[in-house]
Structures are given as C-alpha cells and as structure tokens.
Design a protein. Structure first.
Length: 107
C-alpha cells in the first residue's frame, strides 16, 4: 500500500515528475513570473498529498520549482502552506476542481 511516506519512491510518481519538468522546460515557474530564468530542481504538489491524496497524480496539481522557490511554498517544519503557496492554490483551483469541490479527506 502506498503511503505519503513512500509515495516519492514510486515509479509512477517519478515518471509524472519527469513529465512535469519537461512540460515546463525544466524552468522554475515561480521565477518565470518575475522574469527570472532558473532551473527547476523540484516538482511541488500545490495541494499537498497529506491533505489531498486524491490529487497526487494530477498533473495540474504539480509545479516545477527551483529549491529557493520551493522553500517559499510551505513552512518546512510545520508543512503549513504559505501565502505564496495559497496564491498558487487559488490560481489553479477553478481548473483543478471544475468537476468536483476540493476534498480534505484522504482516499
């Protein structure tokens, strides 16, 4: 059974991660917003898998980021979403949840 703890080692996740990076041409999408060109090293779940397990493989929920920008998406110790992270959630929510409202439960 896949859990949050072992999710990132799954082959399916690794393939989707690579796909998202290729789609974004390996560039940090947050840096691009500010006219910077920085190589993306991380693929971030905009809605965290801890609270939105059902979105773990949804490519619309993924964001290519550099390490610096990834650190700005959520607090590393508490995992609480920052204001920057909430802005990205708001930016994609209509597209992501157009068929069903967001769920706070885990599948």
């Amino acid at each position: 059974m896949t859990t949050v703890k072992n999710f990132h080692s799954q082959v399916r996740w690794q393939r989707l991660r690579s796909r998202r990076l290729r789609m974004d041409e390996y560039m940090c999408r947050e840096c691009i917003r500010y006219g910077r060109t920085t190589k993306a090293t991380t693929v971030h779940h905009i809605y965290p898998i801890e609270t939105h397990w059902e979105l773990r493989f949804n490519i619309l929920n993924l964001l290519s980021l550099c390490n610096k920008c990834h650190e700005q998406m959520h607090h590393r110790m508490t995992r609480e979403i920052t204001d920057v992270g909430k802005q990205w959630q708001k930016r994609i929510e209509k597209q992501l949840f157009k068929l069903s409202p967001p769920s706070m439960s885990r599948e």
